[in-house]
Design a binder for this molecule. Structure first.
Ligand code: F6R
Length: 613
């Protein structure tokens, strides 16, 4: 987690870093800080709280200079107060650091440093790193060597950025493992560094991504990339075609609301270039699908966390139904430690918005070790999940800033639908006409999603009725069961209402005991092959006094008669239904949280990229 920004050049680093940090605040918002070099000295402002608080600090007590580094924190070691905020300075006051990751052996290192007489000023693991760099500097090493020697001693995954008064013309950064990305932005006579592209995209779109075990030595007009053993490396400059404006809130009250409304555009982008209307086929060159021997392919393991996992569960229905390939969906944090049965005749498919989720990356690595083909569906361009995969599908959803994932849920649903058709085509299972029918269904999705979004006012009115509930039970069946899970997750994470989801058929095996007047039941039941079953289960809930909200297909009178409130979606094929059904659930959760006056984009205890275990 945590966000890092750095700048070196002739401008004042402070405003550049503050603006960059605001775009990374989704990565953590427990505390924030900034350090610049000025007249051979390190100047720092930092405190607990959000970037707006840091901005106020800087306004009250300005700091100016270059180079500079900044940090927004998701606390691991040490509570989120001023003394634990980054940047941290070494005991000699010569080195300052921002850090993303966990020093796994920090207790041992801390004891060692204390025994050498070094005093700690924080409870963080990060402070061990900066003191060690200073110790090595004292031993006549230059900054690069000192950083390298320090990194050899710390365990865990890390991204760091370092400045020193001894070599003020440099910023040094290094990455070990998957503690979040490090991207370098190349400007004219100035250079940038950040955890993620949006932080620096308004300054440059020429970027270099740091891989694990690489170090960048950045000067205002020069970038040198090295291994952690000091061997020079060539670097590839990538041009990022992202729109910097999409990382700005615009007229919306929250990023989440903006991102919900972006889904017509994001899904259009997701489809862009992937359907060959002339030849009736799906085209995803980045997947490298020709490496798969379909004669031998035994199955696909989808691995993901949270919302991405719910997308995977919907994908299972699509792939098994269309491509007839067995699919298992696994929670990445479970898969990685279960010694799963995976081999070279299987595909491990990771789904991740950030592409930096530690558990998902570790599960990919587990699959790779066992010889499986590794694929990913990923949103963040240049992220590890994109780079580590043998084949990938880029979600093309654009930056997602709100911590609760919305557009990065629907994009992989569409990708999985495309993938299912592509796989079936490769296996020769579909006639030209059948492929065309799917293409027609898929092409309608953005417009249908637009229809759902146009109904925001109706959903908002329903949100007003349920905003004070303490509990909510979500039910679904078949391909819509994961949508019930996703709806419940959206509600609980941003409104702090206790929300649970169950496959509706499981109700009678226990959970039905929960239902009374205080437990509204939300049933996801568009007209599909599970509809009749859902109907009888919702009737059972209704008979026990619960208020019932139904996500129903336009014109469904039975649902209208049964429900206290209806969230209407347009009529569509059963594989498109989940993509539509989730839209009113996103809007409902959003408005309930907003009406409760909560911090929708930055809910408590959460961060956007979960780069720690
Ligand atoms: C919930 C949410 C999380 C993420 C999960 C995985 O709204 O956003 O559950 O889906 O942390 O993150 P990624 O997709 O970045 O791997």
């Amino acid at each position: 987690m945590c966000g890092i920004v750095g700048y070196i050049g002739d401008k004042d680093a402070t405003p550049i870093i503050l603006e960059g940090l605001k775009k990374l605040e989704y990565r953590g918002y427990d505390s924030a800080g900034i350090a610049v070099l000025k007249d051979g000295k390190i100047d720092i402002r930092r405190d607990s709280g959000k970037i707006s608080h840091l901005e106020a600090l800087v306004e009250a007590n300005p700091l100016k200079g270059s180079p500079g580094i900044g940090h927004t924190r998701w606390a691991t070691h040490g509570e989120p107060n001023e003394r634990n905020s980054h940047p941290h300075v070494g005991y000699k006051g010569q080195v300052v650091i921002v850090h993303n990751g966990i020093v796994e052996n920090y207790l041992e290192l801390r004891d060692e440093l204390i025994s050498e007489g070094i005093q700690f000023n924080s409870d963080t693991d990060t402070e061990t790193i900066v003191h060690m760099i200073e110790i090595y500097l004292e031993q006549e090493m230059d900054l690069e060597e000192a950083v390298r020697s320090t990194l050899k001693r710390i365990k865990g995954a890390h991204g760091i950025v370092v400045l020193s008064t001894k070599e003020p013309e440099k910023i040094i950064s290094a990455r070990i493992g998957n503690a979040g990305g490090v991207v370098i932005g190349l400007g004219e006579g100035e250079n940038y560094i950040a955890s993620d592209i949006p932080a620096i995209l308004e300054h440059t779109n020429r970027m270099v991504f740091l891989d694990s075990h690489q170090m960048a030595v950045l000067q205002k007009d020069k970038l040198v990339l090295k291994t952690l053993d000091g061997k020079p490396l060539d670097h590839k400059v990538e041009t990022i075609n992202l729109d910097p404006v999409s990382a700005v809130k615009g007229n919306y009250r929250h990023f989440m609301q903006k991102e919900i409304h972006e889904q017509v555009r994001s899904l259009t982008e997701t489809l862009a270039g992937r359907i060959d209307f002339n030849h009736h086929s799906i085209v995803i060159p980045t997947l490298n699908i020709d490496k798969i021997d379909f004669e031998k392919l035994k199955g696909i393991k989808i691995i993901a966390c949270g919302t991405a996992g719910h997308a995977g569960q919907v994908g299972k229905f699509m792939i098994e139904n269309i491509a007839k390939i067995p699919v298992e969906v696994d929670i990445a944090s479970e898969f990685r430690y279960r010694d799963p049965l995976v081999d070279e005749n299987q595909i491990v498919l990771a789904i991740s918005q950030s592409g930096e989720t530690a558990d998902t990356l570790a599960a990919m690595e587990e699959g790779r070790k066992k010889g499986a083909h590794i694929w990913s569906i990923v949103n963040a361009i240049g992220s590890q999940a994109m780079r580590l995969a043998e084949g990938f599908i880029s979600m093309q959803a654009g930056p997602e800033i709100g911590v609760a994932s919305t557009k990065a849920f629907t994009a992989p649903l569409v990708d999985l639908y495309l993938l299912a058709v592509l796989l079936a085509d490769k296996k020769g299972l579909l006639s030209d006409g059948e492929i065309w029918e799917h293409i027609v269904e898929i092409s309608k999705i953005p417009d249908l999603v637009g229809t759902c979004l146009d109904r925001e006012d109706q959903v908002r009115a329903i949100a007003g009725k349920y905003k004070d509930t303490e509990h909510m039970l979500y039910l679904g069946r078949g391909i819509n069961m994961p949508i019930a899970y996703e709806g419940a997750l959206k509600l609980k994470e941003i409104s702090y209402i206790h929300a649970e989801a169950y496959p509706a058929g499981e109700m009678k095996h226990g959970p039905i005991a929960l239902i009374d007047k205080a437990m509204p039941v939300l049933a996801v039941m568009p007209k599909d092959k599970w509809y009749e079953k859902m109907l009888s289960q919702v009737e059972q809930a209704k008979a026990r006094g619960g208020k019932v909200i139904i996500v129903a297909t336009d014109g469904d009178e039975q649902a209208a008669n049964l429900a206290d409130d209806v969230l209407w979606i347009p009529s569509a094929g059963w594989m498109v239904n989940p993509i539509l059904a989730v839209i009113p659930l996103q809007i409902l959760a959003y408005h309930i949280a907003a009406m409760r006056g909560l911090d929708v984009d930055q809910p408590r205890n959460l961060a956007k990229s979960v780069t720690v275990e």
